[in-house]
Design a protein around this ligand. Structure first.
Ligand code: 13P
Ligand code: SF4
Length: 327
């Protein structure tokens, strides 16, 4: 994006969800971020859970965890601002060791990443010798470094199948592991981690949505408990949810995931009504225009990975990226 884009142009992208009076309080930060991006030769990679003024107005590249990892490989800039959570910034750094990777708020963690340590992975390997370790990208680089290969919710089935093993260790999300095990027929050993956003959804929530919005199509993220996935119409990563809406054109849809998803995709699909029961991720919500501006202004909150960890963690991420996935 060039600096010739005006704040008024950017407002057109978000006017469906942000009232003009609220946008007026954002314009100063938006203009500063656009100027700083040009001055610093910086790009902003933003996860689908960013609020609309980040997702639509200041981000250069948006997507699910898999897309952000893939896009990070080709970034042509000196500075990457990862508007997301810490493990995403680490992955961007692994794939761009020579670039400066910033995160708007260093406290942007993740309940899954915090649920497991490198020592836990070594203990699992010792208990199950010879069983390959598949690690969800929602983990620290230190945990990735102990793993054979990474996966995301968008490619987990293909990654497990690519191993050709009857049994795998899939960590740290016990719900994702259970949901994926059912699709592959592979025996899965897991770890008691969970996403604090998706574990809160229940089958009763889905029943209430179906009662309140008859005919609604329910799309659930596979970090939800299996009993929630069982009563949904489809389960997939955030990008797979968008693909589903794009190809199936449901009249009414409920995205059983983080709140910003529906806000961000609603405008793209004017023929679909988005019903919005959702849960907020407090870590994702630490990203604000002010925190992005501050990171770019001061070049602080740099994310680095120690070299001994980085080489092994990068290998696990690159093995994942080498596995072909049907879109
Ligand atoms: P995806 O966007 O890869 O589906 O991930 C969801 C998530 O919870 C990321 O933290
Ligand atoms: Fe972690 Fe869940 Fe938040 Fe994603 S939504 S960052 S998995 S806590």
């Amino acid at each position: 994006m060039t600096t010739t884009v005006t704040a008024a142009d950017l407002y057109e992208r978000v006017s469906h969800v942000i009232p003009a009076i609220e946008w007026a309080t954002m314009v100063d930060d938006v203009e500063a971020i656009m100027r700083l991006k040009a001055e610093r030769n910086a790009v902003i990679l933003a996860h689908n859970y960013m609020t609309p003024e980040i997702f639509h107005a200041v981000a250069d590249i948006t997507g699910d965890s898999l897309a952000l990892a893939r896009e990070a490989v080709d970034v042509d800039a000196d500075v990457i601002v990862l508007a997301g959570v810490h493990f995403m910034a680490e992955t961007a750094k692994l794939l761009n060791p020579a670039k400066t990777v910033l995160i708007p708020d260093l406290r942007s963690g993740c309940s899954l990443a915090e649920s497991i340590t490198a020592e836990d992975v070594r203990a699992l390997r010792a208990k199950h010798p010879g069983v390959p370790v598949v690690t969800y990208v929602n983990t620290s680089a230190a945990v990735k470094a102990e793993s054979d290969i990474c996966c995301t919710s968008g490619n987990a089935v293909e990654i497990i199948e690519s191993l050709g093993a009857p049994k795998v260790i899939m960590i740290p999300d016990r719900f994702l592991a259970a949901n994926i095990a059912r699709k592959t027929g592979v025996e899965v050993i897991t770890h008691p981690g969970a996403c604090e956003v998706h574990e809160r959804f229940t089958p009763l929530d889905i029943a209430e949505i179906r009662t309140s919005w008859p005919g609604v199509t329910v799309l659930a993220h596979p970090e939800c408990p299996p009993e929630v996935v069982d009563v949904a119409d489809y389960a997939g990563s955030t990008a797979q949810m968008v693909n589903f809406v794009s190809t199936e054109h449901p009249a009414k849809v409920a995205l059983i995931t983080e709140c910003s998803m529906s806000d961000n995709v609603a405008q793209q699909f004017p023929g679909t009504e988005f019903v919005r029961p959702c849960n907020l991720c407090p870590h994702m919500k630490r990203n604000t225009l002010a925190s992005i501006r501050h990171a770019l202004e001061t070049l602080t909150n740099e994310v680095t990975v120690p070299a001994d960890v980085a080489d092994r963690a990068r290998a696990a991420v690159e093995r994942m990226l080498a596995v072909k996935v049907a879109k």
